[in-house]
Design a protein around this ligand. Structure first.
Ligand SMILES: Nc1ncnc2c1ncn2[C@@H]1O[C@H](COP(=O)(O)OP(=O)(O)OP(=O)(O)O)[C@@H](O)[C@H]1O
Ligand SMILES: [Mg+2]
Length: 460
């Protein structure tokens, strides 16, 4: 017979059950651990790479349902098989709703024990494998494409080709939505640092009192709320590239700290003594007129000179002759998976439009028209309807903070918001339901109901 592999843990207060199960499962080739209660069980779990737990639902002190929650918040990939007496099958069913894999009723049937162990171990291994594949995918960046054949874009391509391989600092200047971040990623990808981290900091988005800790990290207890040691962006970018986005929005105080860090590549964490040395390539960007910021005393001149070793000026879309057509073709191809096009008249109309929001606006426009219109090729009529609508909207008021929720009925928008928030928090918490419930201030059971209601896929 085939030897089974996998690490199992039995949590049961009855000696006879623990011993029998251990014996049967070890005979099959599994490594088997045993514990009398949840607390001991968790200790075993933390020290060993456990795949499947056999958990008695009726435990002294902390009950099986609570222990199940503890196990899942330790590692939600671990599968739990509930052992239940006939009298508390209802509890076992509840446990399954809370994420247990299946249950076994006492007296135990050896055949079912072995079948369940095999299936649960296989599932756990698949989940773990999936997760590691996913994180590898995230690490290997998708290659970015700079679309356009205009003089401005070709010039930028040349600068990237010449500047990327060196370690020189690069300052990218351009209006909103012109592709500054995309260019920064291309530079990283064209450099020997490809494969090392590309770390982005949006300097405008971080409150001034946190920017230092965000950039340089902090030691435990450095300030209220600093519960553990945290690495800053400079440290995270070690060996790779640090992209300081919206750099002109940094306070003068933060600018002084950044100046020293980029000159010496040495800094201390907030609340720390140790000097940390890193090797980081700096790319910065801003949509502000940075020379004017310098003249008016809001941006340090010395920092400006340090950052501006290779400048890249990104022209607004309006100044890129012929590129609108190429971008339209590229995006409609992308959004429709190659199934749709624009007519020549539609293209002409769109080429004459000013695109104040540059490539980002154009991309959003194509994304929406691909959803909202159903003619193919997409003609002048659809284009003028939708383009006109947005132009008027833009003139009347700033975009609503509700975004696309603003177009729904209140009840729909409320559900949609709830769904998106749950998905986002689940992602942030590695699809660990108990932990996510904690973050959202919900009981896990309640969160489970919502996950079901919205059909959210938690087996990521
Ligand atoms: N030349 C291009 N080819 C293809 N896609 C582009 C191009 N330029 C920009 N984009 C796309 O347009 C969007 C906006 O670009 P990006 O975020 O790089 O602009 P940005 O200048 O950083 O904007 P902001 O100043 O608002 O932060 C992104 O989705 C980007 O991938
Ligand atoms: Mg940007």
């Amino acid at each position: 017979m085939k030897e089974q592999s996998g690490n199992l843990l039995i949590i049961d207060d009855e000696d006879s059950i623990r011993d029998t199960l251990k014996e049967i499962l070890e005979d099959e080739g599994y490594r088997v651990f045993a514990a009398e209660d949840g607390q001991d069980g968790l200790a075993v779990l933390r020290d060993n790479d456990i795949d499947v737990v056999f958990l008695d639902i009726w435990l002294p002190r902390r009950g099986g349902i609570d222990v199940l929650g503890d196990i899942k918040s330790e590692n939600s990939d671990i599968e739990v098989v509930i052992i239940s007496g006939h009298a508390n099958v209802d509890l076992a069913v509840k446990a399954i709703k809370l994420g247990a894999y299946d249950f076994l009723e006492k007296p135990l049937d050896i055949g079912s024990v072995l079948t369940l162990a095999g299936k649960a171990v296989e599932l756990k291994k698949l989940k773990t494998e999936n997760r590691s594949l996913k994180s590898q995918l995230k690490g290997s960046e998708e290659k970015v494409l700079l679309i356009g054949e205009s003089q401005g874009i070709n010039h930028i391509r040349k600068t990237i080709a010449q500047g990327a391989p060196s370690d020189s600092r690069i300052l990218i200047l351009g209006e909103n939505g012109t592709g500054k971040e995309l260019i920064a990623r291309m530079i990283h990808q064209g450099s020997p640092r490809l494969g090392q981290p590309f770390i982005e900091v949006n300097c405008a988005a971080i409150p001034d009192n946190l920017i230092e800790s965000e950039l340089f990290g902090h030691e435990k207890g450095a300030f209220t709320g600093a519960v553990g040691r945290k690495k800053g962006k400079f440290e995270l970018a070690d060996g790779g590239t640090l992209f300081l986005d919206e750099v002109a929005d940094m306070s003068l105080n933060a600018q002084a700290k950044v100046l020293r860090a980029i000159q010496e590549m040495v800094f201390e964490r907030v609340g720390g003594e140790e000097s940390i040395r890193v090797d980081v390539r700096i790319i910065a960007a801003t949509n502000k007129d940075i020379r004017k910021e310098v003249e008016e005393g809001r941006f340090r001149e010395d920092l400006y000179f340090r950052l501006n070793v290779i400048p890249i000026n990104v022209p607004p879309l309006q100044e890129r002759e012929g590129d609108v057509v190429l971008l339209l073709e590229h995006f409609i191809n992308q959004f429709s998976a190659g199934t749709r096009q624009f007519t020549a008249e539609a293209m002409e109309e769109l080429s004459g439009y000013a695109w104040p929001g540059n490539i980002r606006e154009l991309r959003n426009f194509v994304e929406r028209i691909n959803v909202m219109s159903d003619d193919n090729p997409i003609g002048l009529a659809s284009v003028s309807t939708f383009l006109h609508r947005f132009e008027e909207g833009d003139k009347k008021s700033a975009p609503s903070f509700l975004g696309d929720l603003g177009e729904m009925k209140l009840s729909e928008a409320r559900d949609e918001f709830e769904k998106r928030m749950i998905i986002e928090k689940l992602e942030e918490n590695g699809y660990n339901v108990s932990r996510t419930a904690g973050v959202l201030g919900l009981y896990p059971g309640n969160l489970h109901n919502k996950i079901k209601k919205y059909g959210i896929d938690t087996k990521k």
